[in-house]
Write a protein that binds this ligand. Structure first.
Ligand code: B3K
Ligand code: ZN
Length: 865
């Protein structure tokens, strides 16, 4: 497919100060009239070229005069000679009910809704559909009253009224300039939950969440999260909401999580609706963070948008960083940091080390939809964190204030962002831009050497980044390293006259750092709070990690120590019993430590996943990693049974459900304990086994909330057979009419790490409740399966066959969603045979398909390159 390059950026030849749209809604024939005022800013002879796809053009007029002298292609409308200032009227027809791309205007459960980011607006009308083309919008929606009582768009509702013939209209006006990707329209039958928020300056904002009829109660948590987000953004960033109305709509058919359209966010229902019987604590957590994320975009994205899509990270990285800060304040900094880093390692590190690696600011793309990646989002957030760590919290806040003020109402670049830091400090941060333009995860190596005579510690620090596609040589990056010292007994050790922690910024390829006044052989605790997104290699004896696990005042590094120790054991085909015993003892000490919160203990019980392990070994043998993990968990289960059981019993489930962090932490810990208890199945001791099965069955059977039901089901996966099937059947019988819960039913089965899962998934593709046209359901089954390392990587290639078939099928109607499933095949070069060859063959089969979408072609092509 043809490629678009950052280096070719040119501002648009025309400005569009105002945009007036009139929609006449009809499922198969919606008419859209657009009246644009246009002003030339480019060359005098530049033609007007508007983007448009799948539009049936009805008419074109300039200054009221019909025009016939134009050219239409599949992607553009070109008018060669136009005045310098004029009014353009176009009318087009589209078929929303037939639009299964879920981009542009489409229908979901009888309701109209839109999705425009990144380039969907061109499926609604001919337009300069690019983020640096900003305009003031007036939108009129006309529709039958029956079935379409609510007619919503961005901004303020100016007027509503009757049209006769059972029809009505609504007129909306958005006072803020915006790019087309932030346009939204929703029309349909909806229930609304209403509330209000008084901003810091005393303005009253009406809040409305629109949901499927009967679902209003399930929006209560999202509303609460919204109000907390609005307050937090005022306090933490000085950002006040700017319209009198803020709306959120939940839809079931959505290609991703949610969308920050100005004043009218649209959400995947799975990230908005929750109650204790249908949503897990993880759902609540994600709802809270996504509601915040989309709301925060009002400033980082909407008021200040992106000049071009190469700058996507400007709004996404910054907004993820902001929502992570919000979640940390709501739920605890250490626990939040561990979860964020776990996600970074699970999704971004693999991407960054494979053929799809790209910088946070890519320099070219074929389909921008393919770049809504973990690198743009999660690494983008980490880069903001690196900057903040380097300059400190106060300077960061001043730089952000400057950024929002200086760029308000404009379409900005990453240079503008970094320049805001220079503007408030007078220092040069251009080195930070390298973080955005360079792909690959830096490797940080620390070699400590202690001089007992001088009581000094020398840290030899080096950094290096491996080549990535298109970037054979790498530069050095500013890497902030938060660091402290411990004694071998795990006590804090001071240095440099009483200091307990320091921040080192490594800028060169190597540097020596000397710490004085170190009274004894120290244990180094480096990269505390994961102060930079790098892979750390620290030269040290194994007992040092145990010292950190025992006593590191930085909880992140305490967790990290356990992960590292477990990883060493898991990657060793024949780990020594002494190693396992030592780990079990360290784990036990943490589990019974009353000073540690349950949410943290749950995380420490979560051993590195198979995909995490696949990052630390070459070549990857998924069968070995699975067996090794299973064996280790079983050993821990048997060895720690009494401790696990005692802890399990201490936690009482309260009579009333609360989704708050503390109650969720208790549930997380209890479910993690249960999982490890059941991992010992089958023990040699049958009575013991029966006791554990009964425990899991009881846990599932008496569960009063979805978190515990899911926890029970996951525990029963260790058992398989009748107990597991009975639980699945009970779950199905109870929730078969709840689509969001049925998604879980599919995904739980698809992610079960048991060899029988392959046959189950093959069968589930034909289940009457399976529907590839609903992305939530498709991702539940296919995405869940592709992430299930030991089952997906089947030696006969049967797992890949399932994926190829599904991707090719979905690509015929929803390329954006299909393309997301290429990634699981992309790192084939890292795998042992026969997986390697099977994955490669699967990619080749996909690429050989005629009429492949640009989306899938771009990623499959890059993966094979
Ligand atoms: N900005 C949207 C993502 C749009 C994805 C388009 N393929 C949601 C978000 O990041 O907040
Ligand atoms: Zn976003």
């Amino acid at each position: 497919p043809p490629v678009i390059r950052l280096a070719d950026y040119k501002r648009p030849d025309f400005l569009i100060p105002t945009t007036e749209l009139t929609f006449d809604l009809a499922p198969t024939a919606t008419r859209v009239k657009a009246r644009l005022t246009l002003q030339r800013q480019g060359a005098a002879d530049a033609p007007l070229v508007l983007m448009g796809e799948r539009l049936k053009l009805i008419s074109v007029a300039i200054d009221g005069q019909a025009v016939t002298d134009y050219t239409v292609t599949d992607e553009t409308l070109t008018i060669a000679a136009v005045p310098d200032r004029f009014v353009l009227d176009t009318e087009i027809e589209i078929n929303p009910s037939d639009n299964k791309t879920l981009e542009g205007l489409y229908m979901s459960s009888g309701r109209y809704c839109s999705q425009c980011e990144a380039e969907g607006f061109r499926k609604i009308t001919y337009y300069l559909d690019r983020p640096d083309s900003m305009s003031k919008y007036r939108v009129r929606i006309e529709a039958p009253k029956a079935g379409l009582p609510h007619l919503l768009s961005n901004g303020n509702l100016i007027e509503t009224g009757e049209l006769g013939n059972g029809r009505h209209f609504a007129q909306w006006e958005d006072p803020f300039n915006k790019p087309a990707y932030l346009f939204a329209l929703v029309a349909g039958e909806l229930d609304v939950l209403e509330d209000s928020f008084t901003t810091v300056s005393g303005r009253e904002v009406a809040l409305r969440i629109y949901v499927d009829t009967g679902m209003r109660d399930r929006a209560v948590y999202a509303m609460d999260a919204l109000k907390r987000s609005m307050r937090w953004d005022e306090e933490a960033y000085g950002r006040e909401y700017d319209l009198d109305l803020f709306m959120i709509v939940a839809v079931r058919d959505f290609n991703f999580g949610a969308m920050e359209n100005k004043g009218l966010n649209i959400f995947n229902a799975s990230l908005l609706l929750a109650d204790s019987t249908t949503a897990t604590d993880l759902d609540y957590e994600r709802i809270e963070s996504v509601v915040a994320h989309e709301y925060f975009h009002n400033w980082s994205g909407n008021r200040v948008t992106c000049r071009d899509w190469f700058q996507l990270c400007l709004k996404e990285g910054l907004t993820v960083y902001r929502d992570q800060g919000f979640s940390a304040d709501q739920r605890g900094h250490a626990v939040q940091r561990i979860k964020d880093v776990r996600a970074l390692r699970a999704r971004q590190f693999p991407e960054d080390s494979g053929p799809l690696a790209h910088p946070a600011r890519p320099s070219s793309y074929a389909k921008i939809d393919n770049f809504y990646t973990a690198t743009i989002y999660e690494k983008g957030a980490e880069i903001v964190g690196v900057l903040r760590t380097i300059v400190g919290a106060d300077t960061y806040r001043r730089a952000l204030d400057h950024y929002f003020a200086a760029n308000d109402g404009t379409a900005a670049t990453l240079e503008d962002f970094v320049a805001s830091f220079s503007a408030v400090t007078g220092e040069d941060y251009s080195g930070m831009l390298d973080w955005y333009t360079q792909a690959g995860t830096p490797q940080l190596h620390i070699a400590p050497s202690y001089d007992s005579v001088n009581q000094s510690l020398t840290l030899h620090l080096t950094q290096a980044t491996r080549p990535t596609p298109g970037q054979p040589t790498k530069t050095t990056l500013p890497i902030p390293i938060r660091l402290g010292l411990l004694s071998e007994a795990g006590e804090t050790l001071t240095f440099n006259d009483g200091q307990t922690e320091t921040l080192i910024v490594l800028r060169d390829a190597s540097q020596d750092m000397v710490l004085n006044g170190v009274a004894e052989q120290p244990v180094v605790s480096a990269l505390r709070h994961f102060s930079a997104p790098v892979i750390l290699n620290l030269d040290e004896p194994e007992n040092h990690a145990f010292a950190r696990l025992k006593g590191d005042p930085d909880p992140f590094n305490r967790w990290e120590a356990a992960q590292g120790l477990a990883r060493t054991i898991l990657l060793n085909p024949e780990p020594a019993q002494a190693q396992i015993d030592a780990f079990a003892a360290g784990l036990k000490a943490a589990l019974i430590d009353a000073a540690l919160e349950p949410a943290f203990k749950a995380l420490i019980l979560g051993l590195p996943t198979e995909s995490d392990l696949a990052q630390s070994i070459l070549p990857v043998d998924p069968a070995f990693l699975h067996a090794s993990r299973k064996r280790f968990k079983a050993a821990l289960s048997v060895q720690l049974k009494d401790t696990l059981l005692a802890q399990y019993k201490i936690i009482v489930t309260p009579d009333t459900f609360s989704p708050d962090a503390q109650a969720a932490g208790d549930r997380a810990f209890r479910n993690a304990l249960l999982d490890l208890l059941l991992a010992g199945h089958s023990r040699a001791d049958l009575a013991d086994d029966a006791q554990m099965i009964a425990l899991a069955e009881n846990h599932f059977g008496t569960a009063t909330n979805m978190t515990d039901m899911v926890g029970g089901l996951i525990a029963l996966m260790h058992v398989q057979g009748a107990p597991y099937q009975a639980a699945l059947d009970a779950f199905y019988a109870r929730f078969r009419h709840e689509p969001l819960v049925m998604d879980k039913w599919f995904s739980l089965q698809a992610t079960c790490p048991h060899p029988d899962t392959l046959a189950r998934v093959e069968a589930l593709q034909n289940h009457p409740d399976f529907d590839a046209r609903t992305p939530n359901r498709w991702r539940a089954l296919v995405g869940g399966f592709a992430a299930n390392q030991s089952v997906f990587h089947n030696a006969e290639g049967k797992g890949y066959d399932v994926l190829v078939k599904q991707v090719l099928m979905v690509d015929t109607f929803n390329p954006m969603t299909a393309a997301r499933m290429i990634e699981p095949l992309s790192r084939f070069r890292n795998y042992v045979s026969p997986y390697k060859d099977g994955m490669q063959k699967a990619l080749e089969t996909i690429l050989a398909q005629p009429n492949l979408s640009k989306n899938v072609a771009e990623l499959a092509g890059k993966a094979l390159n």
